[in-house]
Design a protein around this ligand. Structure first.
Ligand code: 4AD
Ligand code: MG
Length: 437
């Protein structure tokens, strides 16, 4: 008998197959049992007639609890009313483990309870859908960059210095009293590999010891970072536009079923197409100040600050697609950012704000090329010179305009799925007060 997966049932209409999985739900009515089986590829309703199976089997099935593990065999029957279009008429089964008291039942549970049982919560239909979307986002990212001439060059996780400010470093004991830090970004290493290979990207876990307890902060998250030699801020914005529209299109194309489970409004993703609006920081500040005058924003935003989540949501609510805010005050941005030659108080950086209030999903820009300027910046930011000596070499030997960005995968997935919090977009989230399970 054919051993198949639930998502292959359409190839076996009328045939006998065996499925292996876990009991998702069970209904019964007298002489009938309706076990719903899930196997990681889908959920199918099975039908067991008391008269169609041995008494022994009937008895072993009828009291099975949620998440019991079993294999069933029977005939695949097309049924228009069934969710996947098929049901299985069961004529035999084998129970691997009968389970009682699975902690997560179809009733409502609190978030803390679910987070404590994350290892089991992952089996629910919603979590399944979110992780499938994540899988597609990651593949779309890799495919896009690979086809666009980028070479994967992964950056180290253990690093001797900060990239994105010294306040969010996780410190690790290295050998012989040396300290190392978990990486905040692979960018500085990307700048080295970009000078070797032209267009590169790194894609791995990054860490920020941020004491932020918000719906978009994790302490461990996955970041994809492309970097291009001979490129400017405008090139980065062009790349962001093509990159994000490719991802949205792939999710729409491959994850229709999952978007349904998540009740995602597809039209919100269909509008993610170029061109994306490009708004200078100065203009964004004006919009925020006018919003305050109209009484739509509580606090007056002053030029020079970094946007908070409500500011980002307010500005981007005017658009149906991602908004690229560029040329921020250099004072609020990282040490490596290039200055605008026309306005030396501005950095050639861009933040891409996703629509629907999702806020910043991408941060990037053009890098400073001058050795002297970077030496000054290291001093101004109180960064240890010796740990950056290798980085300064990149400005000594063949320094050229170059630019890139970083996108947090979890923020992108939360936006694609239309869900509230990034904690559901990674199998085992790490957050301010959570390192278990
Ligand atoms: O804006 P960030 O800090 O930029 C950098 O790290 C640059 N060095 C990237 C580069 O140019 N190569 O972070 C980039 C993105 C953010 O836009 C956000 O999507 C994500 O990383 N991110 C986080 N995601 C989840 N939790 C956090 N604590 C995050 N911090 C940043
Ligand atoms: Mg940023």
């Amino acid at each position: 008998m054919q051993q198949v997966y639930i998502n292959q049932l359409s190839d076996y209409a009328g045939e006998e197959v065996t499925l292996r999985g876990w009991l998702y739900n069970m209904r019964s009515s007298g002489k009938l049992l309706f076990p719903q089986l899930r196997d990681g590829t889908g959920v199918v309703q099975c039908v067991v007639f008391k008269k169609g199976v041995s008494e022994e089997l009937w008895d072993s099935l009828k009291n099975l609890g949620q998440e019991s593990a079993l294999s069933v065999h029977g005939t695949v029957r097309p049924d228009e009313r069934a969710p996947g279009g098929f049901e299985l008429d069961v004529n035999g089964a084998q129970v691997f483990q009968a389970v009682e008291g699975f902690p997560i039942t179809p009733k409502e549970h609190g978030t803390e309870f679910l987070m404590d049982h994350r290892h089991l919560w992952l089996r629910s239909r919603r979590q399944h859908a979110i992780l499938k979307v994540r899988h597609t986002v990651v593949n779309a990212v890799r495919d896009f960059l690979n086809h666009d001439g980028f070479t994967l060059c992964d950056a180290p996780v253990l690093t001797p210095a900060a990239c994105e400010g010294t306040t969010t470093l996780f410190e690790v004991d290295y050998f012989d009293d040396e300290k190392a830090y978990l990486t905040q970004s692979g960018q500085l290493y990307n700048e080295a590999t970009a000078a070797a290979l032209g267009k590169v990207y790194c894609f791995g876990p990054t860490f920020r010891a941020e004491r932020s307890k918000t719906r978009r902060h994790l302490t461990e998250f996955w970041m994809v970072e492309p970097e291009m030699s001979f490129a400017t801020l405008d090139d980065v914005m062009d790349l962001c536009e093509r990159f994000l529209s490719h991802i949205a299109a792939r999710v729409l194309d491959e994850r229709g079923e999952e978007l349904k489970v998540l009740e995602r409004d597809r039209s919100k993703l269909e509008s993610v197409v170029p061109p994306f609006p490009r708004l200078p920081y100065d203009e964004a500040v004006k919009i925020l100040q006018e919003g305050h005058e109209r009484g739509e924003l509580e606090n007056r935003f002053e030029w020079g600050g970094d946007f908070g989540a409500p500011d980002e949501a307010y500005i981007s609510s005017r658009y149906d697609r991602p908004l690229m805010v560029h040329r921020y005050p250099a004072a609020v941005k990282a040490f490596y950012m290039a200055r605008d030659p026309e306005r030396s108080d501005l950095a050639l950086g861009v933040d891409v704000l996703a629509p629907e209030g999702y806020g910043e999903v991408i941060g990037g820009g053009e890098r400073a090329t001058s050795l002297e300027y970077l030496e000054e910046q290291l001093t101004a930011h109180e960064l240890p010179r010796e740990a950056f000596e290798w980085y300064l070499d990149l400005r000594r030997y063949g320094s050229v305009p170059h630019a890139g960005f970083g996108m947090g995968i979890e923020r992108c997935v939360a936006w694609m799925c239309g869900i509230e919090h990034v904690r559901e977009t990674i199998p085992f989230p790490r957050m301010l007060y959570r390192i278990r399970p």
